[in-house]
Design a protein around this ligand. Structure first.
Ligand SMILES: C=C1C[C@]23C[C@@]1(O)CC[C@H]2[C@@]12CC[C@H](O)[C@@](C)(C(=O)O1)[C@H]2[C@@H]3C(=O)O
Ligand SMILES: O=C(O)CCC(=O)C(=O)O
Ligand SMILES: [Fe+2]
Length: 344
């Protein structure tokens, strides 16, 4: 069912009723799990994993540390910023004027970088913060590698570690982001409280629409919704929050490496009308800067010729950061039929 939004961000925009993303049980039979993952990446670019093996303890400690940081007075949080490129950021996203109703911590996942930034994020116990983040990242990185190996299997790529090797590199450029969105208590003083609020306020963008540039994103959120994905132009589908699962999405690099078979889908986070704030924790699995992104031979066929030219992650990242959040970047790397450097 497609419903017109009560307060659309863009004219003509539609929001569908909540969908359940494909849910993949990682304890299932391996070839069946691979098959389901490939199908979900082709059809949605997003799926949920359950029985993911990341200990509950690690997730709840990371959530506790995050909330304890975000509950500090603004002036204290600012000591850990600006997020240029890493640290605390509030409302400004990236370097090109994007804004949203979100505060966040953005970190590179290298242990030395985490230890360095922990000093300003948690001045009273930086070791505890640093330890918790590193522990969480090790666990989600393990999960990301497992999922990437299942993808390679499902795609019948002979080098089954091709994708996971890229993110296991000690120079991997992977990132970790904690996003904290406001709750509706911000506006309740000005509101007529006699009529109930709709579940979302579509005029309040937390994190504007974009695709993730990396290989794979593993997102865990608390029980407050807000994430929406765009399956068709101008149709947004809210994703029901599920704190027991990880929401996994294909990034631009994986779309390129699968020759467009997997889709890096645009998504955004809207501020909900919940009394509780949304907390999301995103691990962006990326290759090393000098890694060459090219397509394995198994996904290029006469019917599906090579779509993108090879590029390094450094080149792709530079392009990404020179653009706005909502800009499409992968198309800039599409092969032009008359490009003499390109052979199929
Ligand atoms: C406006 C921007 C913020 C962003 C870098 C960019 O120039 C375009 C992509 C943005 C994004 C989206 C996914 C991740 O949250 C992120 C960390 C990333 O790698 O690309 C952000 C960047 C950011 O916030 O710095
Ligand atoms: O908070 C969310 O649910 C989405 C965040 C997101 O898309 C991002 O950080 O790239
Ligand atoms: Fe994202």
């Amino acid at each position: 069912m497609v419903l017109a939004t009560p307060n659309p961000i863009l004219r003509g925009e539609k929001v569908e009723a909540n969908i359940e993303l494909p849910t993949i049980d990682l304890l299932g039979e391996r070839s069946e799990v691979s098959r389901q993952i490939v199908k979900a990446c082709e059809e949605f670019g997003f799926f949920k994993v359950v029985n993911h093996g990341v200990p509950h303890d690690i997730i709840s400690k990371m959530e506790e540390e995050s909330l304890s940081f975000f509950s500090k007075p603004e002036a204290q949080k600012q000591l850990a910023g600006p997020a240029k490129p890493f640290g605390y950021g509030c409302k400004t996203i990236g370097f090109n004027g994007d804004m949203g109703e979100v505060e966040y911590i953005l970190l590179n996942t290298h242990p030395l970088s985490i230890a360095h930034h922990s000093k300003t994020i948690s001045s009273n116990n930086p070791t505890k913060f640093s330890f918790t983040v590193s522990w969480y990242i090790e666990a989600v990185k393990g999960l990301a590698c497992e999922i990437l190996d299942l993808m390679a299997d499902g795609l019948r790529v002979s080098d089954t570690k091709l994708f996971s090797r890229l993110i296991k590199d000690s120079d991997s450029d992977s990132l970790f982001r904690l996003n904290h969105y406001p709750n509706n208590d911000y506006c309740s003083k000005d509101r007529d409280t006699s009529s109930p609020l709709p579940p979302y306020d579509h005029s309040r963008v937390g994190f504007g629409e974009h695709s993730d540039p990396q290989i794979l994103t593993l997102l865990r959120s608390n029980d407050v919704g807000g994430l929406q994905i765009s399956l068709d132009d101008n149709v947004w589908v809210p994703v029901a929050p599920d704190p027991t699962a990880f929401c996994v999405n294909v990034g631009d690099v994986l779309q390129a490496m699968t020759n467009g078979r997997f889709v890096s889908v645009r998504h955004r986070a809207i501020v909900t009308n919940s009394h509780k704030s949304r907390l999301s924790m995103a691990y962006f699995a990326a290759p090393a800067l000098n890694a060459l992104i090219s397509v394995p031979k198994e996904v290029v066929t006469a019917e599906k010729p090579r779509l993108y030219r090879p590029f390094t992650w450094a080149e792709y990242k530079r392009t990404t950061y020179s653009l706005r959040l909502g800009d499409t970047r992968l198309n800039l790397f599409r092969i032009c039929k008359d490009d003499p450097q390109v052979s199929n």
